[in-house]
Write a protein that binds this ligand. Sequence first.
Ligand SMILES: [Zn+2]
Length: 378
Amino acid sequence: MQSFNHIFRHHNRSWHSLLLLLFACISFTGCGVQSTPRVVTATPTLVLSEPVVTLTPIPTRPAGDILAQITRGPDNTFLATHTPIPTVTQSPTVDITNTPTQTIEPTETLDPTITPSPTVTETPLPTNTPTPTATPQLPDLPEVLQSPSISQTIRVPILMYHYVSEPPEDADKYRINLSVEPDRFRAQMQWLKDRGYESVDLYDVIEVLANSGEPLEKVVVITFDDAYIDNYEIAYPILEEFGYKGTFFVPTEFIDFGYEGYMTWEMIEEMAAAGHRFESHTKSHPDLSILKRNDHVWQILGSQETLAAHIGYKPRFLAYPSGRYSDLTLEMVETLSLWGALTTQGGTWRGFHDRYEWKRTRVSYGTTLKDFEVVFRE
Ligand SMILES: [Zn+2]
């Protein structure tokens, strides 16, 4: 013990340094042991961070692609350096938001073909409008007419003419029957004028019914089917002479194709500018009662749009060609937001509820003033 103490005392210094060395050694190995797992844990952190890093370049890539496209387009290499990076990084965001909007638009334009929405129907109108001098305005009625608060029926004669001319000598009975001699036509207009009748159009009639307005007194709607050239050459000057406005139902393809014996678009535009109405008689005058849904759209909406391009507004009325229609036709005219449609059946009373089956009074060859007068008897 003594010797140990002696040694200890003697070698106090060296003992002390030995302890220090040992301590340092432990702490060193301690550090060494601890530092080894730290290296291990450091590695996964680096691995983990890698995907985070790879995520960032993904949005940058399309920007680079767009930049590459922009650069590739023009031959000038300076343009590539010109394109500022912020503009490129913005353009993909614009592209992405643009793409869905663009894909929705075609769907909307497809819709009207099947179930036409009013918005799209009106879009093609301004495209090729050779606006007449003074376009008669339509009454301010909603796109889709709502049932009126008060249901009423009013008596408004709607006259139906076809040809206003002497039939040719070789004319068959149908052609003869569809013709009204010019003198008789003038006499009929004179008769109306003498009794104080005013001419109105179908918009005036539907407006009263849709808004539960005051019934129209002493009025008549003068309609012509098929757009024969004598409507312009003979009927139009006579109508003007008496201050009357007519409503003409046009099979628009007959005019488009320039068929002989039919009015031209120039004639129609002139009369429309003078305040006469031009309404749909379909495109090619088919038998609507045997047509499918899409053919109805083509025939009715197609003719409305063609007319709109020439007269400056979309007409809202249809006359069924040869008076033929089916339940599907009735469904389609409502779907197509027409305001009314006319048959060839006889009758003078009309309401909002039967607006797609309004009846008319046929004026035929040989219709005397006595026959004519009957229509207007109270
Ligand atoms: Zn017809």
